[in-house]
Design a protein around this ligand. Structure first.
Ligand code: UD1
Length: 416
């Protein structure tokens, strides 16, 4: 089993280039199934989730070819298969995008129930509500979701919860439907805009992505073309927090600074200097950080996917901070892993009350999910002595070359 070892206490300094966004890539790859032609996608992150989805769309009949590490050409004009029921597909959260793409293209889909990181119940009722509203029949048999539609017809769909996955999935199912689909109370994350931009570039007619009302006018077919994936907001945020945790001076490059506004504001409140350029943010952090209060919310609020990393900063900030998780019902399980690092955290329901400490201690940690794993790396960078992190496979699902990027910033981190 792969492990990461980190010798803590080094200040991070230098430049880091951010990869393409995981959560955009894992939606755009299934979205290519809707396209009747050759698609070239650039700036894909080289991460395990992309590898798995690439395999999944190949088994559905798409012909895919990596031109280089970050560029793939996909010809889905021959897609005929509608079953993606292998266990490996179900392990991935983003496998749910195969529902929307397959039912949109072929009128039918049979896909393993999506897995992914365990944050308590992660229902998909809003996805199903959307497919049914468009005219599909949906049943769940032996952990396989089966969707069938003779014809998808555009309609108004109000989401009862703001859901990234449901918003994108309904968009995928609606682009080739007849008539106009309106998604109300849609999620607004940057990767939703990115998926809409991708589909529009291939000939779809989507307006309003990035607002809470999205309108999709169905078209007959999508044609091929080129697209470059948006930079990864969460990878950028992870490096910004890592810089702040090590009193570092790091320029996070190839990003869209506005996507980082909620984090930049919180870091400023903690006395971190944030200098923004057109496509970079430089983070200059002091030795001592000030406590603050953070609540996760759908975009443009503070992202739940930066919650564990942010907790590490609060663990070392002077004073008492609070961190409220309001997106997922149970995204604090990983905190028990921090017992031996010397942090002072009390969890009351969905709120963590954190009293900052001067020193964290290196210890043995087990990554419980992707972003908790990233938070453990930040603990290791800051802590005295050696930190060993198990279950690195979680981290590899979503971060490209994480130890190399950190090594280039001066970190002492290696894989065994
Ligand atoms: C996506 C991201 C994940 C991120 C999350 C929130 C991907 C592959 N994953 O996950 O990294 O943490 O957005 O930004 O892009 N909900 C329902 N019913 C539904 C759907 C969701 O009740 O049908 C609830 C969820 O339980 C959760 C909230 O809505 O409490 C938000 O979930 P959602 O935005 O759908 O997250 P995911 O798409 O699973």
């Amino acid at each position: 089993m792969k492990k990461l070892c980190i010798q803590g206490g080094t200040r991070l300094e230098g430049d880091v280039i951010i990869s393409g966004a995981k959560n955009a890539a894992v939606a755009i790859l299934p979205a290519t199934l809707l396209v009747d032609g050759v698609v070239r996608i650039e700036n894909l992150p080289d991460i395990d989730d992309v590898t798995i989805l690439n395999e999944a769309i190949q088994t559905l009949g798409a012909v895919t070819k990596f031109v280089d590490r970050h560029t793939v050409e996909i010809d889905a004009s021959t897609v005929y298969e509608y079953q993606a029921t292998d266990a490996y597909i179900g392990k991935l959260r983003a496998s749910y995008y195969l529902f929307g793409a397959l039912v949109g293209r072929l009128g039918k889909a049979e896909v393993a129930m999506p897995g992914g990181c365990d944050f308590g119940g992660r229902p998909i009722d809003q996805h199903i509500k959307g497919f049914k509203a468009l005219g599909a029949k949906v049943e769940i048999v032996d952990n396989i979701i089966k969707i069938h539609a003779d014809k998808l017809i555009g309609t108004r769909i109000y989401l009862d919860v703001v859901s990234v996955g449901a918003t994108i999935n309904i968009m995928l199912a609606a682009v080739l439907a007849s008539g106009i689909t309106t998604i109300e109370n849609a999620a607004k994350e940057p990767h939703i805009v990115d998926v809409a931009n991708f589909l529009n570039k291939m000939g779809a007619k989507i307006i309003g992505a990035g607002t809470d009302v999205i309108r999709i006018k169905g078209v007959e077919r999508l044609n091929g073309g080129h697209y470059s994936t948006v930079p990864d907001q969460i990878e950028a945020g992870t490096f910004m927090i890592a810089a702040a945790a090590t009193a570092g001076d790091v320029c996070v490059k190839n990003i869209i600074p506005e996507h980082m506004d909620s984090l930049s504001s919180k870091l400023r409140e903690m006395d971190v200097q944030i200098l923004e350029g057109d496509d970079y943010i430089r983070v200059i952090a002091p030795e001592k950080l000030k406590a603050t209060h953070v609540k996760t919310l759908p975009y443009p609020g503070f992202p739940t996917d930066l919650q564990p990393q942010m907790l590490v900063l609060l663990m070392i900030a002077q004073g008492v901070s609070t961190l409220v998780e309001s997106v997922f019902e149970n995204r604090f399980q990983y905190i028990t892993e921090f017992h031996d690092v010397g942090a002072n955290i009390q969890v009351e329901g969905n709120k963590a009350i954190v009293e900052g400490v001067e020193i964290l201690h290196g210890t043995h940690l087990t990554a419980t999910d992707l972003r908790a794993g990233a938070a453990m790396i930040i603990v290791g960078l800051r802590a005295e002595g050696e930190t060993v992190i198990d279950n690195v496979r979680y981290i590899d699902r979503g971060y490209e070359d994480i130890e190399h990027k950190l090594t280039a910033l001066g970190a002492k981190i290696y894989r065994i």
